[in-house]
Design a protein around this ligand. Structure first.
Ligand code: ATP
Length: 354
């Protein structure tokens, strides 16, 4: 098990800064997600934790020891690049035992360790089969077995499920989570898939252009996005943003949206300027009594719910409502926002001001 502290790390490649002054703490035993769009610096951050890339500045501590400039071999961590990277000419047993044999562990001990890992992963019956003929799921388990057999302090995984189809991906993410709950090893996991991060992570770092936008528990990130970027990146469909051009009146708890006063939680501090009113689709109700009205321009049936797109005076808005509620394209209806759940953003900086 391991606690990892990342302190002000930067990574420059020539004059390009891939990671800027990032800091976060990963608690012992946590399943920790590095989330963000392509090119935001997740892999570079993971590679710096692994020791495969050295930070240009800043420090990395594993269990209190500063390892920032130490090579990977001195960090006692297992890097799972890609689950399918197995040795095709070897059988399952030899694939799993390979890391131990290269450490010159005595044969009897290797046998014992491999048997233990096979039991954890439920692959005892295929130990003597060549990996070539295995199903995708079994190959994935073998690759995991090879990573866990060394009993490392921590696992680092870079988009391990990226190459799988959606159904199998969901199955494997459940297995990975179960395995983590069973072993309790600190795991740092890179993904660009917000749903995967929300479902699997104890904590999430959301990155964009080499900068940490927010760091916290999935629920906090979803409910209280620190920036407009986070609000848009997390949640499907994403949060709605209603724009105002200087016509917003505000006191401690009210905003006026197109002549309609809405209650919002009190601001952290007074704010003067253009704002964006952020509301998640599931926090909008369609009601005849609301004076804030919109025309339904599309509906999308999703089984238990439906997504209704409405044209409002402040732009298009998506609402998630019950599937059985009547909503017809062309109808004009009232929209009611749950004021306790909205977020206001500074339209200039994109930062939340609530
Ligand atoms: P992806 O999911 O696409 O891999 P990422 O968030 O993991 O994205 P990184 O791989 O960390 O992003 O890359 C961040 C930025 O740093 C990218 O613009 C990438 O081109 C750049 N970069 C990464 N490694 C190098 C390198 N060795 N030399 C130069 N630029 C690099």
């Amino acid at each position: 098990m391991a606690e990892i502290v990342v302190q002000n790390i930067c990574k420059e490649f020539g004059d390009f800064t891939a990671v800027q002054s990032s800091s976060f703490r990963i608690e012992d035993g946590e399943f920790f997600m590095l989330l963000g769009p392509s090119g935001c610096g997740k892999t570079t951050t993971l590679r710096m934790i692994a020791g495969l890339e050295l930070p240009t500045s800043g420090a990395i501590y594993i269990d209190g020891e500063e390892v920032g400039q130490k090579p990977a071999s001195q960090r006692d961590i297992a890097f799972v690049f890609q689950m399918f990277a197995l040795y095709p000419h070897m059988n399952v047993r030899n694939n799993i035992s390979y890391p131990l044999i290269s450490q010159r562990m005595p044969r009897a001990q290797v046998r014992e360790k491999v048997a233990e890992v096979a039991r954890i992963l439920g692959i005892e019956s295929i130990l003597d089969r060549p990996v070539g003929g295995l199903s995708g799921g079994d190959r994935q388990r073998v690759a995991l077995g090879r990573a866990i057999v060394r009993n490392p302090k921590c696992f680092l995984m870079d988009e391990p499920l990226g190459a799988l189809d959606a159904e199998f991906r969901e199955h494997m993410s459940e297995e990975l989570k179960k395995l983590h709950d069973r072993m309790g090893a600190t795991t740092v996991y890179v993904t660009h898939d917000q749903l995967e991060a929300m479902q699997m992570g104890d904590k999430i770092v959301v990155m964009n252009h080499g900068i940490i936008e927010q760091f916290g528990r999935p629920q906090d990130i979803y409910d209280k996005p620190a920036t407009r970027f986070v609000a848009e990146f997390i949640g499907s469909p994403p949060m709605n943003f209603l724009k105002f051009h200087g016509s917003l009146e505000i006191d401690a708890t009210n905003v006026t949206l197109h002549h309609q006063t809405m209650t919002v939680p009190a601001l952290r501090e007074p704010f003067d300027g253009d704002m964006i009113y952020g509301v998640r689709p599931e926090h909008i109700r369609l009601s005849d009594t609301s004076g804030y009205r919109g025309e339904i321009i599309a509906t999308e049936y999703l089984g238990t719910t439906q997504i209704v797109t409405l044209k409002t005076p402040n732009g298009d808005v998506k609402a998630r409502i019950a599937a059985e509620q009547s909503a017809r394209v062309g109808e004009t209806v009232g929209l009611e926002f749950n004021g306790a759940t909205v977020t206001l953003f500074d339209s200039q900086s994109g930062r939340a001001i609530l």
